[in-house]
Design a protein around this ligand. Structure first.
Ligand SMILES: Nc1ncnc2c1ncn2[C@@H]1O[C@H](COP(=O)(O)OP(=O)(O)OP(=O)(O)O)[C@@H](O)[C@H]1O
Ligand SMILES: [Mg+2]
Length: 354
């Protein structure tokens, strides 16, 4: 009957049984004394019986408690690193049941943590393989061009200029990539330190658009902003600007000539939303959940050419937004897709800014 009950209740029952047995004895003594007048033997017998009953109950209870706690220890020892905790069979006393549930939860969290770590490790390995390929290929191309220039194999001025331009472009692209990789490694290592301040979202949008105006102009893409200049948000202006710039550059890259990219900043109840809508014609449904993965590139961005991406921009944007305790998402909408950043109005906790 005491299975599954609290240890406190069990101990109380042991005490009550002992007291009840003694009380019953006292009643019996009183009656016996009145009937035959041999109180000494009766008292001794009754006390002995009461003591034995109490001892018996205590022994049964103690054995059971020892058994179930050993069962719990055995269950903990039996857990392998990749498994969840399996509680011992049968009902446990309430306190041990609470411990067992806490253990179950702790082991589940440990397993999830280990799985996350394994996935991260896999992604890191993939990234290293990808980086060595993506850095080596343009470096080999540049080396060939430099050698051709050095040896005088290429002499006509037009080709020489073309080679110089090409080398310059590749150097820019590579240094941009190394910079992105550095940012990403800081994000992954949890070393991204934010210095959040109240900033006007409208100003942030204007700054980012001013920075990409030349790029949009060269592609013939129109830029439009719909943001109140003073819409306040508590954020790290440089980092959030970087995330937004990555979205806007993507939008410009994937929007055909004469298309428009619209950047909006609106305040909702408990969040502010920053969105970038373009005319890319929509991202394939299969790619939608993967665009924020490190090194993911769509078909067009994989082929060599000026639009060739490194696949880091959105992973960085997500890292920065999540460091701000916000969220980033993408949907296909109208003539293209819309990336949306939402940030809590209260802003990220001011965790140890340097
Ligand atoms: N606005 C967009 N329209 C259509 N496709 C997009 C858009 N933004 C991102 N994508 C797709 O998501 C992929 C990943 O984007 P991400 O910014 O991470 O990498 P990237 O632009 O290829 O390279 P990087 O930003 O490192 O130069 C892109 O290759 C592209 O296929
Ligand atoms: Mg990009």
């Amino acid at each position: 009957m005491l299975r599954g009950r609290s240890i406190g209740i069990t101990l109380a029952v042991v005490a009550v049984v002992t007291v009840a047995a003694t009380l019953a004895g006292v009643v019996a003594i009183t009656i016996e004394m009145i009937i035959d007048g041999h109180p000494k033997n009766v008292v001794l017998t009754v006390v002995a019986i009461a003591g034995l009953v109490g001892l018996g109950v205590a022994l049964v209870v103690a054995r059971r408690l020892v058994k179930v706690s050993r069962g719990l220890v055995a269950a903990v020892e039996a857990v392998s690193p990749s498994q969840d905790f399996v509680p011992p069979p049968g009902r446990l006393p309430a306190e041990l049941d609470t411990i067992s549930k806490a253990l179950e939860q702790a082991y589940r969290r440990l397993r999830e943590g280990r799985e996350r770590e394994r996935a991260l490790e896999g992604a890191r390995r993939e990234l290293v393989a990808w980086v060595s390929h993506d850095l080596r290929t343009p470096l080999a191309g540049m080396r060939a061009m430099v050698e051709a220039l050095e040896d005088g194999v290429v002499q006509d001025p037009a080709t020489v200029t073309r080679y110089h331009n090409q080398i310059r472009l590749e150097v820019d692209r590579l240094s941009h990539m190394v910079d992105d990789l550095f940012e990403l490694s800081r994000i992954h290592a949890g070393a991204l330190r934010l210095t959040p301040r109240p900033i006007g979202l409208g100003d942030l949008v204007a700054d980012v658009l001013a920075g990409v105006e030349a790029l949009a102009g060269a592609k013939g893409v129109r830029l439009a902003a719909e943001a109140e200049p003073v819409l306040p948000v508590y954020a790290d202006a440089a980092e959030l600007g970087r995330a937004l710039r990555n979205l806007v550059i993507n939008a410009i890259r994937h929007t055909p000539e004469d298309g428009t990219v619209v950047v909006r900043a609106v305040a909702a109840d408990d969040a502010v939303r920053l969105s970038v809508a373009d005319c890319c014609g929509g991202i394939p449904e299969d790619d939608l959940p993967r665009v924020f993965e490190v090194a993911f590139r769509g078909e067009a961005a994989r082929s060599p050419g000026p639009d060739r991406g490194a696949g880091l921009g959105l992973a960085i944007a997500r890292g920065i937004v999540e460091a701000h305790e916000g969220a980033i998402a993408v949907v296909n909408e109208g003539a293209g897709c819309r990336f949306e950043i939402s940030l809590p109005v209260s802003g990220p906790a001011l965790a140890d800014p340097i």
